[in-house]
Design a protein around this ligand. Structure first.
Ligand code: PBG
Length: 322
């Protein structure tokens, strides 16, 4: 035998020399859930170790993450039903707790990279990402609302806006309004290939944002398709996106690779709530090792071609690396 691949695996030092992919805390964005009020840190049953924070406790949590080397955060708001309506008007109310909190985070920690979410679902009485009429999700009418929401978030000082709604044309529509309004430096991380997935369940529990009727299949992508991701990637690139995101990550590693092979923009992947909770649940039963599974999953997303990973494991990973 002339060729023996095992020679390159014979010791840790040699394995390190030939290791192709490396993961760093700097690659991670930590998604966090915000609620109104003070002194709140509320557990989420379906997401062990993840909490809904009020702004005061969230600032403390961000500070402890910064000490561990995490630099980027994506904040999602949980609104009570009384503040929801058909047109998501609370989303661009300048006095709403979400926008105030984003402002406060940037004021307290100007060095963080702060990302915000653009979609109607947390504010919508229909629980959909777009405007609903006669049981249909309207595309073009939704763009106006998403753009107002984006402008309000840019004005609050966020570094990256994340349109997660999957309406056609929204990246360009938002980009134009931001530019006209002087926010040329606000980045857009587009949810380029966002699939209609069963893995968002725990997130919808966390935000109480499940659709009130039907599903999201007329706007989120069909898990059976990959070619469509190329169309979405083309559009987002032309419309001025700064990052292309694939979501979820694990069942879509091929899509991460496809986008990375075809577009020069940095690819992000969202390691979603269900992917997190699946590991937590089986580790809790003693069926798999939490830390090893976490490391393997994050590494696989990186190896597939993601430069950036949004993950609820961010703090745990950073603590483990310290
Ligand atoms: C909705 C949104 C969702 C997630 C991020 N933004 C859920 C959905 O589309 O219903 C899911 C994230 C996760 O599961 O961790 N705009």
């Amino acid at each position: 035998m002339l060729r023996r691949p095992r020679r390159n695996r014979k010791s840790e030092a040699v394995r390190n020399l030939v290791e192709e992919t490396s993961l760093s805390v700097k690659d991670l964005i930590f998604p966090m859930f915000l609620v109104d009020g003070v002194k709140k840190k509320v557990a989420i049953d379906s997401m062990p170790n993840i909490y809904r924070y009020s702004i005061d406790t969230m600032l403390g949590e961000i500070e402890s993450c910064l000490k561990l080397g995490i630099q980027s955060f994506d904040v999602f708001p949980a609104y009570s039903d009384s503040l929801k309506d058909a047109i998501a008007s609370e989303s661009y109310n300048p006095e709403t707790f979400y926008l105030k909190a984003l402002r406060e985070i940037k004021k307290e920690f100007p060095e963080v990279c702060l990302m915000s979410d653009v979609a109607m679902d947390p504010y919508s009485s229909d629980g959909h990402d777009g405007l609903v009429k006669d049981g249909k999700i309207l595309n073009d009418e939704t763009l106006e609302i998403l753009a107002r929401m984006s402008l309000a978030q840019a004005d609050a000082g966020v570094d990256i806006i994340g349109p997660s709604d999957m309406m056609d044309g929204r990246v360009g529509y938002i980009r134009e309004l931001l530019d006209e309004s002087g926010f040329t430096e606000t980045s857009i991380m587009s949810y380029t290939a966002k699939y209609a997935s069963a893995f968002y369940g725990p997130f919808r529990d966390a935000l109480d944002s499940a659709p009130k009727f039907g599903d999201k299949k007329t706007y989120q992508m069909n898990p059976a398709n990959s070619q469509e991701a190329l169309i979405e990637g083309d559009l987002d690139t032309e419309e001025g996106a700064d990052f292309l995101m694939v979501k979820p990550a694990l069942s879509y590693l091929d899509i991460i690779k496809l986008l990375n092979d075809n577009f020069p923009l940095p690819i992000a992947a969202y390691n979603v709530s269900g992917e997190y909770s699946m590991i937590k649940a089986s580790a809790d039963k003693g069926w798999i090792d939490n830390d090893r599974a976490m490391l393997e999953v994050l590494l696989s997303i990186k190896r597939a071609g993601a430069k950036v990973i949004l993950t609820y494991f961010a703090k745990e990973y950073a603590s483990l690396m310290k």
